[in-house]
Design a protein around this ligand. Structure first.
Ligand SMILES: C[S@@+](CC[C@H](N)C(=O)[O-])C[C@H]1O[C@@H](n2cnc3c(N)ncnc32)[C@H](O)[C@@H]1O
Length: 233
């Protein structure tokens, strides 16, 4: 019997119109949809793709605990991969819905390494939050020989300084409770004036503003900071 295909489908950063035509085709053709939900919240990828799903598609929700230890998260991915594997063995394609792009800090990598060697795998790239944020901020990120660093805000201050010191432009993801730490580093490095804060990009709740105007010490999980290239010299 021919097994099904593992489909990693990027659904973009929020706006259902930012799904690619290919993503739409794959997610509507798949008899089974899978997604990861975290922190007791509904899956964002499932919400984004929701308007495009068809009646009768089976769904696999890989639910991560509120604050999962690495062991608990591993166990949830093992169990999810096993459920997906069962569908693939029955010859059914499974479309794993991924917020933004599947391979940019995506939980899809957890399933890819568990299932990718055993089943035919197709990955449909998605519009990442970084690209959507640059568009929303209407700013060039990099031109010509500039470099762009993608930096997790979870790094310690020294590592943030080192990464930021070596790049022309940066996108700092996973801001959340690390907002104040990032703001301090950017201030020390005289990058604060250039920094743009982007929250829930491409959704009705989108906020785009200079980081200097953001109050409070924490930000929502779906927020990032762009340090676009400096002005033309
Ligand atoms: C685990 S990463 C996933 C990135 C995603 N795969 C992508 O391609 O954009 C989650 C982080 O991406 C950023 N992010 C994702 N979606 C976002 C959105 N709609 N608005 C702002 N930031 C977003 C936030 O920094 C968030 O903490």
């Amino acid at each position: 019997m021919i097994t099904g295909r593992l489909l990693g489908v990027g659904v973009g950063p929020g706006d259902p119109e930012l799904l690619t035509l290919k993503a739409l085709r794959y997610l509507q053709a798949a008899p089974v949809i899978a997604y990861v939900s975290a922190r007791g919240q509904p899956s964002i990828a499932r919400q984004i793709a929701g308007p495009h799903l068809l009646p009768g598609q089976r769904e696999i929700n890989i639910a991560l605990a509120m604050h999962p230890s690495p062991e608990l998260a591993d166990a949830a991915y093992d169990e999810g991969a096993s459920r997906i594997g069962t569908e693939l063995e029955r010859g059914r394609d499974v479309a794993v819905l991924c917020e933004g792009d599947p391979l940019l800090y995506g939980s899809f990598s957890q399933l890819l390494h568990r299932l990718g060697n055993s089943y035919l795998t197709v990955i449909v790239p998605g519009v990442s939050s970084i690209m959507a944020a640059a568009a929303a901020a209407r700013t060039p990120l990099v031109v010509r020989t500039d470099t762009l660093a993608v930096i997790p805000a979870t790094l310690p201050k020294d590592a943030l300084r080192a990464r930021l010191g070596q790049t022309t432009a940066a996108a700092i993801l996973k801001v959340g409770r690390h907002l104040e730490k990032v703001r301090q580093v950017l201030d020390e490095m005289r990058l604060l004036e250039r920094a743009v804060y982007v929250e829930q990009v491409s959704t009705p709740d989108e906020r785009v503003m200079p980081l200097v105007d953001v109050t409070g010490n924490a930000a929502p999980y779906f927020s990032l900071i762009l340090i676009p290239r400096g002005p033309e010299r």
